[in-house]
Design a protein around this ligand. Structure first.
Ligand SMILES: Nc1ncnc2c1ncn2[C@@H]1O[C@H](COP(=O)(O)OP(=O)(O)OP(=O)(O)O)[C@@H](O)[C@H]1O
Length: 605
């Protein structure tokens, strides 16, 4: 079947954007979820296809021409450039609030939650749209969403894209590129690091929009410390200890809690979003008893935390294949969380746990962030589907691989990492799924390297393929009691992730995944179990007096109640869900492989 892409690169064929093609060959490893590749359903409207050659199908040299709504406007783009904690987002949000309609696009669900909450609290009705949530507010003309969910067809007065430097991120960057080129907003505010500015100038000029640049300095100074803390015994109130694995974050909490003088919260990527918010709230609020934070590098972006001092426990992280040193932009992004404007601290401080890391810390803090040279790009679903149609019996996995090999891009773009999506597509290729459904499963937020979540995805896809629907019972097997140790907490986190995946799928394949309400209720119940377990999971039970325990419980209840009032949404009804006696299950997913036991790093107080 031969069809043409009505919105192909033809429109811009002779513009500067179309010069300097290059073929893409190399594909780096991908670890983060590829939800980013999924355009929201409405994003594809108007994309009519007709006949063309395979070469045209893989021509990605003019991505600005993929977005007619934005191209019909002469957009005013305002770039707010500066380091972390410099008030960029605050300034852009003020303009968003004052507009008659608008959208905030953030890199994280928690940031979208925070902005929706802020706008609603300021009497600007604001919807919340993320991969897993659609929260409608009556009369809302504003929305806060994750960048992947941004509509490129709904025209608004003002749009904000936060952390725009992420357009150069290998795996999620294409969602930022899409928002930059495609948001139909009269004024588009871009907040991020100044290293992105030359690339933004180029892309904005090529798209025919105008650019205004505002630069920012940190609101409170960030002071690098001359010496390392050398021992966790010298940790102080307001410290945030940064580690690079869940296991190390737990180890740090265990060491600090066992020392007895301070109490430690935890934030890391695998924690349910609700639990992360709870931990941040306990840390930020005075008199909760929790005064130190152990966090993964997830802390670098997102939650606003009242951190006095950031302490790097290591200056290298595992990147999926080997340990590598943190890059200067990563170090600055994380360090910059110290000294939040409006907190009780006069400045932010940054140091390391180990003296031998100090020289590298200082080097990174003094280094200029390298200028970004190209933006991440991934074809739209229709392009991939048309490409596959031109080859007999081509499955999604092969289509992705061959498309990437043949794709031509201009010098300002690079082809997205697609390894995770490709792995999932390979896993599902034996199922007779229509291409569109296979694509949806492949871009789901399932980590292909996580045996529990990938086996859950396979069960869902198999049931969907065989019976047309996947029951939420497939996602069950949830332990009902609060976790008593780290291993039980890990199973709760995995159970949460499986239910989260079900909810994500239910928003895209409603008939096939009819159990969203039950999944939400169970997910909320698990989030509550995690929250209940977190404050005391590592602490030595003997060391906690009865009085301490009852005080902690009171604080926890007060915090949860305050958050329920704040959010006033379905996911905060979980305590109620718990009292409705959720079913008892033995393990997370039947037959799932047991995680390999790894050697533990010891943290001592
Ligand atoms: N003018 C202001 N008045 C009151 N609070 C402010 C003001 N500017 C910034 N803040 C507060 O300071 C904190 C940091 O601001 P903001 O999030 O805008 O910084 P940012 O530069 O966008 O940082 P990041 O890149 O880390 O998101 C926020 O809690 C914000 O509410």
């Amino acid at each position: 079947m031969m069809r043409i892409l009505a919105l192909s690169g033809e429109v811009f064929r002779h513009s500067s954007l179309c010069q300097g093609h290059r073929s893409f060959k190399a594909v780096a490893a991908l670890r983060s979820p590829l939800e980013a590749i999924a355009p929201p359903p409405e994003a594809e409207e108007g994309f009519e296809a007709a006949a063309h050659s395979a070469a045209h199908l893989t021509d990605l040299t003019c991505p600005a021409s993929w977005y007619p709504a934005a191209r019909m406007m002469r957009r005013r783009i305002v770039a707010h450039m500066g380091p972390t904690n410099s008030g960029k987002t605050h300034a852009a949000l003020s303009e968003l609030k004052a507009a008659g309609s608008g959208v905030y696009c953030g890199p994280l669900r928690l940031l979208a939650w925070e902005v929706a909450e802020k706008l609603n609290a300021d009497n600007v009705p604001c919807n919340l749209i993320t991969g897993q949530e659609r929260r409608k507010v009556p009369g809302a003309r504003h929305a806060a969403c994750t960048v992947e969910m941004a509509s490129v067809t709904r025209t608004v007065e003002v749009a904000v894209v936060d952390e725009i430097q992420m357009l150069a991120d290998g795996s999620r960057g294409h969602a930022f590129t899409r928002a930059l080129l495609g948001l139909p907003a009269a004024t588009l505010h871009l907040c991020g690091d100044a290293a992105a500015l030359p690339l933004l100038r180029q892309l904005i000029a090529d798209a025919g929009d105008t650019l205004e640049v505002r630069t920012y300095e940190r609101l409170l100074p960030l002071v690098p410390q001359p010496a390392a803390i050398t021992s966790l015994k010298t940790v102080r109130r307001g410290d945030c200890l940064v580690a690079f694995s869940r296991r190390d974050v737990h180890g740090i909490k265990r060491a600090i809690d066992s020392h007895g003088a301070l109490k430690c919260c935890m934030v890391y990527g695998a924690l349910p979003a609700e639990a992360r918010t709870q931990q941040a709230t306990l840390f930020n609020r005075p008199r909760t008893g929790f005064n130190v934070m152990a966090a993964s590098d997830a802390v670098g972006m997102g939650l606003n935390l009242n951190i006095r001092r950031v302490v790097f426990t290591s200056m290298e992280k595992f990147d999926g294949t080997s340990f590598r040193p943190l890059t200067p932009p990563e170090v600055k992004q994380i360090a910059g969380r110290a000294g939040r404007y409006g907190s009780k601290f006069a400045c932010g401080q940054v140091t390391c746990l180990n003296e031998e890391d100090m020289a590298y810390l200082h080097t990174c803090l003094a280094a200029e962030n390298p200028v970004l040279e190209s933006a991440c790009l991934f074809p739209r679903y229709q392009q991939l589907a048309l490409f596959a149609e031109q080859h007999e019996d081509m499955n999604l996995a092969d289509a992705i691989e061959q498309f990437a090999e043949r794709a031509t891009l201009s010098d300002h773009f690079f082809f997205s990492d697609y390894e995770a999506m490709h792995k999932l597509a390979l896993m599902l290729r034996h199922l007779p799924l229509p291409m569109r459904d296979a694509y949806t499963f492949a871009i789901s937020p399932a980590d292909p390297d996580d045996p529990i979540i990938s086996s859950a995805l396979l069960s869902f896809a198999t049931a969907y393929c065989q019976r047309g629907t996947a029951n939420v019972a497939l996602a069950q097997s949830v332990p009902v009691r609060p976790a008593r140790n780290e291993a039980e907490l890990a199973s709760l986190e995995a159970a949460y992730a499986v239910l989260d995946l079900y909810v994500w799928l239910s928003h895209r394949m409603e008939d096939g995944f009819p159990g969203r309400a039950a999944a939400l209720q169970q997910r909320s119940a698990i989030a509550a179990l995690v929250e209940e377990a977190l404050p005391r999971i590592i602490a030595d039970p003997e060391a906690i007096s009865r009085r301490q325990k009852s005080r902690e419980r009171k604080v926890l209840m007060e915090t949860t109640r305050a958050m329920q009032e704040h959010f006033n949404g379905a996911s905060w009804d979980r305590k109620l869900g718990l009292t409705l006696a959720p079913p008892v299950y033995d393990h997370v997913v039947p037959g799932a492989p047991v995680p390999v036991k790894r050697k533990r790093k010891k943290y001592s107080a």
